[in-house]
Design a protein around this ligand. Sequence first.
Ligand code: FAD
Length: 307
Amino acid sequence: MLGPVILAASRSDRMRRLISAAPVTRQVVDRFIPGETVDDIVPIIKGLTGRGLELTMDVVGEDITTPEQAAAARDAYLALIDRLSDLGLGERVEMSVKLSMFGQALPGGHELALANVRPVVEAAAAIGTTVTLDAEDHTTLDSMFAVHEELRKDFPQTGCVIQAYLFRTEADARRLAAAGSRVRLVKGAYKEPAEVAYQQKQEIDKAYVRVLRTLMEGEGYPMIGSHDPRLISIAQELARRAGRKLDEYEFQMLYGIRSDEHLRLAAEGHRMRVYTAYGTDWYGYFMRRLAEKPANLRFFARSMISK
Ligand code: FAD
């Protein structure tokens, strides 16, 4: 029951101000968002790649209100890509991008987001890596898929995310499971109405398996974004039945969640990519992590009280 309440709070400016200003917040936030600047995050990137993991980087921020902020978001990714190039880590680290941060919700936002994301995709390709477009709430997805299709004309390796909780996703998966496509499947992290999305965990998990089967049996490159042990074993079994080799799909998990499992799967020879977020505008990302596991909220509340 707490999840939807926390997700509603993630859209509230009042809650954002309250939580962002709490002195203890940064320590708790660190578990999921381990830095604010490129300099903070470089040691984390080196540490994870040094342990055999790959990364996808998210410069956090989503509720922007001006074109200047969207341009700043683009520049933040370009600065990160420059640093990865200097470190020679381009091929191990890809980018995850939220189009809302690139201006999608502003007037003329579809074109603005496309114009801002394109240089990031170009810069990523120049250092041997790629970009995946994150999936946000359902109202943004037609635009996201259109941007994805446009980018793929020049950069076919550009990935996108689909969310098992949405009714539309089975059809999206059939369309996307084509040769050369890279698709991350997740359960879905936003508060969605019953008209467009399954609401019960069991239904979402069943939909996840159906969509995963479509991706595994298709010709694209499935990226399994989940920490759910049951879904991870099902993914391994579906990959085996589809005759996929270990480098024909990958697992992805979030930084700070089930870290032992990241290492276990990598040690088994799987490609394991850790979604690593950093930056100052962490509120939305942090609140979604609290909503996914209410025990996180209890821990957060206890830390505030004990201060
Ligand atoms: P769950 O059933 O939620 O969790 C399984 C187990 O994992 C839990 O029992 C718990 O042990 C652990 N766990 C899960 N979440 C947490 C947490 N926050 N804190 C502590 N433990 C936890 N969603 C989108 O809507 N759009 C995206 O673009 C997107 N990108 C993602 C990228 C990656 C790599 C991953 C892993 C997730 C992404 N998500 C995205 C979030 C996703 O939709 C889910 O909300 C999230 O992954 C939790 O679902 P689960 O599959 O891990 O299963």
